[in-house]
Design a binder for this molecule. Structure first.
Ligand code: HEM
Length: 248
């Protein structure tokens, strides 16, 4: 059990480290190579899009997903951790919607059509599923009046869809990063080498993609590990210790 907890904390530390690297890489890419940020309809406004999507739908989302796996939280009531899980995910949803506003507004200001690319189709599906999952999850697991039978029925679907949304989010990020690099690293006219010559910006953005994939793999590993799952007491709002006492 201790060995299992130690392995969990090692995986969790890796998860936090990769989160920090993701945020630093996406922020550095857009501030140092893509002229920084503004909300003025220019490319500077677009730059909020990757940053907000990575912070919201990858980093906050992934960290919110593993909250219940932290063994330290098992002895206390589940209620505060549910609120933390739902709160972090609401923040993630807020960043994602703001990230979509940045790109839709940028497209409209520059008369670029909306929702034409494969990236945008997968992306809008991801955010739509995430919003639906949050509403159904809050209605099922946070509302005190929701019956236990409904919670038991919905939970497996909620867990499966939670992992699926993270995978879709990674697919959205990889396709978006790739598309952006093809758009901006076309020729040497704007002072950069083209993509096939692997300029520093391409190395940075490719690395961001690889780190996002590594982060998601660690999160999915944590979620799928049976002995890292919170032991469920009879009354799910009670702590694990309470159940052990009851049963002894
Ligand atoms: C979970 C992450 C992401 C989601 C859900 C997402 C979603 C979307 C959506 C729905 C659009 C269409 C906007 C419109 O039609 O007006 C879009 C556009 C765009 N996104 Fe993302 N995005 C994500 C991450 C990224 C990342 C990390 C990049 C990297 C730079 C990126 C690059 C782009 C580009 C270049 C466009 C404009 C071209 C197009 O419409 O395909 N996206 N994104």
């Amino acid at each position: 059990m201790m060995g299992s907890a130690g392995a969990f904390y090692a995986a969790h530390a890796l998860c936090v480290l990769l989160s920090v690297v993701c945020v630093l890489l996406v922020a550095h890419w857009n501030s140092s190579y893509r002229e920084g940020f503004a909300w003025d309809g220019t490319a500077k406004q677009f730059n909020w899009h990757p940053v907000l999507m990575v912070v919201g739908l990858v980093v906050l989302y992934g960290n919110a997903a593993v909250v219940y796996r932290v063994p330290l939280t098992w002895r206390a009531s589940k209620r505060p951790w549910k609120l933390l899980h739902a709160g972090l995910l609401l923040l993630a949803l807020f960043f994602s919607v703001l990230g979509l506003c940045a790109v839709f507004d940028f497209h409209n200001a520059n008369r670029i059509p909306n929702l034409y690319s494969l990236h945008s189709w997968v992306g809008i599906l991801t955010v739509g599923l995430f919003a639906a999952q949050w509403v159904v999850g809050a209605g099922t697991f946070l509302l005190p009046c929701s019956p236990l039978t409904v919670r038991t029925l919905v939970k497996p679907a909620h867990v499966w869809l939670g992992g699926a949304i993270l995978v879709l989010s990674v697919v959205s990020c990889i396709s978006g990063i790739n598309e952006k690099l093809f758009f901006v690293l076309k020729s040497s006219t704007n002072g950069t080498k083209p993509y096939p010559q692997l300029p520093p910006e391409a190395v940075l953005a490719n690395s961001l993609g690889v780190v996002i994939i590594a982060f998601a793999l660690v999160v999915l590993k944590i979620l799928s590990h049976k002995s890292w799952q919170r032991p469920e007491p009879r009354n799910e709002d009670e702590g694990y210790r309470q159940v052990s006492v009851d049963e002894s």
